[in-house]
Write a protein that binds this ligand. Structure first.
Ligand code: HEC
Length: 192
């Protein structure tokens, strides 16, 4: 369905997204379009409560089954190429995802959401949404524009504008099952 994993996503990040769905600042097309109505039906306190619950769930993530997705016709990228983007970016073009989203995209809360172990289709869709330019929008693409603006530019829109279609598939393939910890160090800093 293209839904994201919400369990253990940053508490403040979930509250921000729900407020922006409710305020029509993030207005997805397709199946995600249900979110605006749902968010409007929640009070501010409901949003805080649901975010607190989601960030407290102690469960193993259900990772995307890339093989099954491939068999259903979804294009799947090369994870080893995606890892290079996460760690180093593309020289003079794309910053390393890690510089904001932390090691293997495990998140740097409250501002930078967890993108590691996020669902594959959701990652691919969001990166297309962040990248959508005027021509894409004219062709009916949905542009996501609710990223924090720094120095006059949206953080994620700046990152995504120079990603190729292949980059998007590769980085999603890596992130969808990237371990949250470093080899030899099983400790993930506690976050909320
Ligand atoms: C300059 C900092 C920065 C860098 C570098 C960066 N991001 Fe982000 N990213 C953000 C911020 C901030 C958000 C949260 C936007 C919001 O509040 O809606 C975000 C959100 C996202 C989301 C949406 C997550 C969700 O749950 O909806 C995806 C996917 C994403 N980033 C992928 C990437 C990838 C892949 C890279 C590397 C190619 C990258 N980001 C590099 C700052 C950054």
């Amino acid at each position: 369905m293209g839904t994201p994993r919400l369990a253990n996503q940053g508490e403040a990040y979930i509250i921000k997204q729900l407020a922006e769905f409710a305020g029509d600042k993030r207005v997805p097309t397709g199946l995600g379009a249900v979110m605006n109505g749902f968010a409007k039906a929640l009070s501010d306190q409901d949003r805080r409560d649901v975010a607190a619950y989601l960030s407290s769930i102690d469960a193993k993530p259900q990772l995307s089954d890339l093989q099954a997705l491939k068999e259903s016709g979804q294009q799947i990228g090369e994870a080893y190429l995606g890892k290079v983007l996460v760690d180093y970016g593309v020289k003079d073009k794309v910053p390393a995802c890690k510089s904001c989203h932390q090691y293997n995209g495990r998140g740097a809360f409250p501002m930078f959401p967890m993108i590691g172990q996020q669902r594959y289709v959701y990652l691919v869709n969001q990166l297309h949404n962040w990248r959508a330019n005027a021509a894409d929008i004219a062709n009916g693409a949905y542009a996501r524009t609710n990223d924090p603006v720094v120095g006059g530019a949206g953080m994620m829109r700046v990152v995504a504008k120079d990603l190729t279609d292949a980059d998007i598939l590769n980085v999603a393939a890596f992130l969808a099952s990237a371990p949250a910890t470093t080899v030899g160090n099983s400790r993930v800093p506690e976050q909320k």
